[in-house]
Design a protein around this ligand. Structure first.
Ligand SMILES: *[C@@H]1O[C@H](CO)[C@@H](O)[C@H](O)[C@H]1NC(C)=O
Ligand SMILES: *[C@@H]1O[C@H](CO)[C@@H](O)[C@H](O)[C@H]1NC(C)=O
Ligand SMILES: *[C@@H]1O[C@H](CO)[C@@H](O)[C@H](O)[C@H]1NC(C)=O
Ligand SMILES: *[C@@H]1O[C@H](CO)[C@@H](O)[C@H](O)[C@H]1NC(C)=O
Ligand SMILES: *[C@@H]1O[C@H](CO)[C@@H](O)[C@H](O)[C@H]1NC(C)=O
Ligand SMILES: *[C@@H]1O[C@H](CO)[C@@H](O)[C@H](O)[C@H]1NC(C)=O
Ligand SMILES: *[C@@H]1O[C@H](CO)[C@@H](O)[C@H](O)[C@H]1NC(C)=O
Ligand SMILES: *[C@@H]1O[C@H](CO)[C@@H](O)[C@H](O)[C@H]1NC(C)=O
Ligand SMILES: *[C@@H]1O[C@H](CO)[C@@H](O)[C@H](O)[C@H]1NC(C)=O
Length: 476
């Protein structure tokens, strides 16, 4: 008797505790590209494939009608533009990566887009029903225009205090030691790199550009001068030194302004997820593309770098992090209360299709599923989510900071102008030249016409298994 009851309650358990994903924020690096040292930098075909397949993984996980953790009420096959935001800096590699990712997430809708006219002619939209999803170009003071053409992480951040802080790394004792210790190593590689780097540039100062230049060649170039110098150990050493260098520029626990890129991302994540909850799921999907430095800064601020030293390394091409909003509360009777919502963090060190995203604990906690309120208060310890705050901590008073520090309603007391200026950084961006209003309106009309097809009743049975797989080995 008792054992039967026990079995029954066991059977009931998974049903009672079925998780629902309410929304997700994805931040991704671009795919494989040409080297920064040979600007202008371009996304390669391999790179486009990496982000496209990554988008496909996210589709299978969260979007498709047979997805393993379908996002509640998300349009499945034809995109509903009001349900998502996509942003990327004004940078050809990042913008292109976002486009390719979106093609994996919402592939061409095919026959769904075939329409019959009054005169009975059938018309199929171009490119098999390619879905036009705008990628908003972030072009505010805090974004990094042409970031992939710039070998110097803060060079285009526009944040004066962060530039000063990162420059301090270049005069630190650690830097000087690493520079001296590695000088012979870099000089010995001149026969490989001298068509691009002069002798006085073959040193630790260019640790990332040199690693990047050689790394790209090991993927693309059939012949490399003096390639016999590039042993596995040398390649590994180049990567380790580049990691040390970039980490030094991206994060310093006693000088948090250096991690401005991560603080800005945190602000954007908090604002977006909060909007998802406040809007009761009207906009559950947020996607942003950005440079590796943003990952590093965020890993430092969120204490992931104490979970594993690996988090101090530059992430691989097409790597992504994802914040899932999840609940165990029933969603059949309405949207859950904020108290019933939790956040889970996932990371894939490469295209999600190759390296299954795994969960990691944020903020030095042991739990990987954090109540929304805990997540919020931890993120808000370092998140920067409005322009006046950004201007203040960066010490910038010109450009868009000039208007935000004076305020349009007269007084220049920072507290008075605060609410009036709480424009989020991505919203402060402009719609990219790639996307015309006509395309947006046209696509919306199209989707409106077909949205009846989109809402399939979701099965929540297979939820909650996103994450436990290992991440493990990846390329160089
Ligand atoms: C990137 O593409 C542009 C335009 O096609 C080209 O001029 C440039 O040489 C390319 N860069 C590299 C490194 O191949
Ligand atoms: C049907 O209408 C479309 C749009 O007006 C026109 O382009 C097409 O030629 C028409 N087809 C026939 C068979 O009349
Ligand atoms: C942080 O920066 C300061 C000053 O730039 C430097 O002295 C210190 O060693 C750095 N700490 C770490 C852990 O890099
Ligand atoms: C690069 O190094 C090779 C091998 O040492 C040498 O033959 C060549 O002249 C050098 N090229 C330049 C541009 O310095
Ligand atoms: C790889 O090929 C590109 C394009 O041909 C060239 O510019 C670059 O110098 C090569 N890199 C190396 C390390 O040989
Ligand atoms: C170097 O690394 C590659 C790829 O990881 C591996 O296939 C190869 O066997 C290694 N070579 C040596 C000499 O260890
Ligand atoms: C969340 O959104 C609500 C409603 O828009 C707003 O009142 C609140 O200030 C936001 N909270 C945060 C932390 O952004
Ligand atoms: C991601 O991969 C790169 C290259 O293999 C490595 O340097 C870095 O430490 C890895 N990061 C994490 C968090 O595993
Ligand atoms: C839902 O319940 C399962 C089983 O108890 C648990 O593992 C999971 O973390 C819970 N999810 C949330 C969002 O609380």
């Amino acid at each position: 008797m008792a054992s039967k009851a026990f079995l029954l309650s066991l059977a009931a358990l998974p049903l009672a505790k079925t998780e629902t994903v309410l929304g997700i924020y994805i931040f991704s690096r671009h795919g494989d590209r040409t080297p920064k040292a040979l600007a202008p930098t371009n996304l390669t075909s391999l790179g486009a494939e990496q982000v496209y397949f990554s988008g496909g993984w996210y589709r299978d996980q969260y979007v498709a009608s047979d997805a393993s953790s379908p996002i509640r009420a998300l349009s499945r096959d034809t995109v509903a533009l009001g349900q998502l935001t996509v942003t990327a800096p004004v940078d050809n590699v990042l913008q292109s990566s976002a486009q390719a990712f979106l093609q994996g997430l919402y592939p061409p809708a095919g026959s769904i887009t075939t329409q019959e006219l009054r005169n009975e002619t059938e018309v199929t939209a171009p490119l098999g029903g390619y879905q036009y999803i705008p990628v908003n170009a972030v072009d505010s003071a805090a974004s990094s225009k042409g970031s992939e053409n710039n070998p110097w992480l803060q060079g285009s951040s526009g944040c004066d205090n962060a530039v000063v802080s990162s420059n301090n790394y270049l005069s630190s004792a650690e830097y000087k030691t690493a520079y001296a210790d590695s000088l012979d190593f870099y000089q010995s590689l001149l026969p490989v790199i001298n068509s691009t780097f002069a002798a006085d540039a073959a040193n630790f100062k260019n640790a990332y550009s040199i690693f990047d230049y050689i790394n790209v060649a090991t993927i693309h170039n059939k012949t490399i001068p003096s390639s016999d110098l590039l042993t596995n150990e040398t390649l590994r050493q180049l990567q380790v030194l580049a990691n040390v260098h970039e980490w030094g520029l991206a994060y310093n626990s006693s000088d948090e302004i250096r991690a401005i890129a991560g603080a800005t991302l945190a602000g954007q994540v908090v604002e977006a997820l909060n909007d998802t909850i406040a809007g009761k799921g009207k906009q559950p999907l947020h996607i942003q593309f950005g440079a590796y430095a943003v990952f590093s800064s965020f890993f430092g601020l969120s204490k992931l770098s104490s979970v594993s030293d690996d988090f101090t390394g530059v992430v691989d091409y097409a790597a992504s992090i994802a914040f899932e909003l999840v609940t165990n509360a029933s969603v059949s009777s309405g949207y859950p209360a904020a108290d019933d919502i939790s956040v889970r963090f996932l990371f894939s060190n490469g295209s999600a299709a190759d390296v299954t995203p795994a969960v990691y604990p944020l903020f030095g906690q042991s739990e990987t599923t954090l109540p929304w309120t805990t997540f919020l208060s931890e993120m808000n310890k370092f998140a920067i989510d409005d322009t006046p705050d950004w201007c203040r901590v960066c010490g910038v008073t010109t450009g868009s900071c000039a208007s935000s520090s004076t305020g349009s309603d007269g007084g220049d007391a920072p507290t008075a102008s605060k609410s009036g200026n709480s424009i989020s950084l991505p919203v402060a961006g402009v719609i990219g030249a790639l996307v015309t209003l006509a395309v947006v309106l046209g696509a919306e009309a199209l989707i409106f016409a077909f949205s009846g097809l989109a809402l399939t009743k979701k099965s929540t049975l297979a939820a909650a298994q996103a994450a436990n797989g290992g991440s493990a080995g990846s390329k160089a």
